[in-house]
Design a protein around this ligand. Structure first.
Ligand code: TXA
Ligand code: MG
Length: 341
């Protein structure tokens, strides 16, 4: 298949809409990461997403809308809880995905057989324009080959999916750089399943106490069921072995490995003290810029062909929780605790 590279002008957006209407797959920009979109109401089109990405069929997709009224208009949910309405009012459009009891129009391919559906209203203007041009809500996971780092540029999408999808719309670099916060609104106390740019503190300021799922920061036990199926896999991972290093003495530890083909995923202040290839994520306290570049830096690690990458363990609060969540999965939960050596 020849993959068209479209721009974000009106003509190309219309063309993307036509491809989607006809059951095709289009890579689309959003403020979080690029998504691989199909008509969410067409089970056959949605099934193509899974084969293009090599995604396990038991991992459900997010349905993207361009207007809150789309939820009712397309019968996407069977109930819209009061707390979900409050969050929608405050954070939509924006990087927040809510899990809600699913409506009759959502095909089983989207929800992977669950009785819930994930809904998101992206803030990116081009994403909204493409949804409107398609005239239907769009199911879209991140537009990467399953398991690899999520794409934050059209070039990343092309690197992973060229030849496997109909088109990519280039809308520039994604503002946030990490996927949306996913929260289930089904229990009385809503629970975060995946941390993202909207923090637990921001959500609690609107609806009061929420929970954070165990799988956000910890490895699931072998036979434990993941509330969010996507959180159980090794994920976001470059080909190099990534190891998270926690505790005082990061610089000395990494420098002691300088005879090997290793890199350090670190912060700006570390660079001059390191004797291995340093790949800084930005200023240590600036979690928003770290989030913005994280996936591109993970892809850079592959471009430079390192064997091992020692990542400096981030603090897991605020947006840092999302960075920690992605890095520990990139590392397949391999952590060296310097205080315990
Ligand atoms: O920012 C984002 O959310 C991006 C952009 C493209 O919108 N999308 C994205 O999709 O990250 P994906 O498929 O890579 O991640 C969706 C996550 C997965 O962990 C999936 O298991 C979870 O949401 N999910 C989707 N529907 C669910 C449901 N009904 N119940 C529980 N988890 C669900
Ligand atoms: Mg993904």
């Amino acid at each position: 298949m020849n993959t068209l590279l479209l721009s974000d002008n009106e003509y190309d957006v219309k063309q993307a809409g036509e491809i989607l209407k006809n059951g095709g797959l289009v890579g689309i920009p959003t403020e979080t990461v690029y998504g691989l979109a199909a008509n969410a109401l067409d089970g056959e089109a949605v099934a193509r997403i899974f084969s293009a990405k090599g995604r396990p069929m038991d991992n459900p997709l997010i349905v993207h809308i361009a207007d809150i009224d789309d939820i009712e208009r397309f019968s996407l949910v069977s109930d819209f809880p009061q707390k979900a309405k409050l969050l929608a009012e405050k954070f939509w459009s924006g990087p927040l995905t809510m899990i809600i009891p699913k409506g009759s129009a959502v095909p089983p391919e989207v929800s992977a057989g669950l009785d819930t559906v994930a809904i998101r209203f992206p803030e990116h203007k081009t994403a909204q324009a493409i949804i409107k041009a398609a005239g239907v809500p769009l199911a879209a996971p991140s537009a990467n080959i399953s398991g690899s780092p999520s794409p934050t540029t059209a070039e990343h999408v092309m690197n992973d999916l060229n030849g496997r999808i109909n088109a990519v719309v280039d809308g520039g670099e994604c503002r946030v750089g990490l996927e949306s916060t996913v929260i289930t609104m089904v229990p009385d106390t809503p629970r975060i399943l995946r941390p993202g740019g909207i923090t637990p503190e921001q959500i609690e300021s609107v609806i009061g106490k929420i929970d954070i799922d165990d799988a956000v920061l910890n490895r699931l036990e072998k036979n434990e069921k993941a509330a969010s199926p996507g959180m159980k896999y090794k994920h976001y991972s470059p080909k190099a072995r990534v190891i998270l290093v926690r505790g005082e003495g990061y610089i000395d530890f990494v420098n002691s490995k300088s005879d090997k083909n290793v890199a350090a995923l670190c912060y700006n202040d570390d660079v001059n003290n390191l004797s291995v290839r340093a790949i800084p994520l930005g200023d240590m306290t600036d979690t928003e810029s770290q989030a913005h570049v994280l996936f591109d830096k993970l892809r850079q690690i592959d471009r430079e062909n390192f064997d091992i990458v020692y990542a400096r363990c981030p603090k897991a609060d605020g947006v840092g929780m999302a960075i920690y969540n992605r890095l520990i999965r990139a590392a397949g939960f391999e952590v060296i605790d310097l205080e315990k050596l």
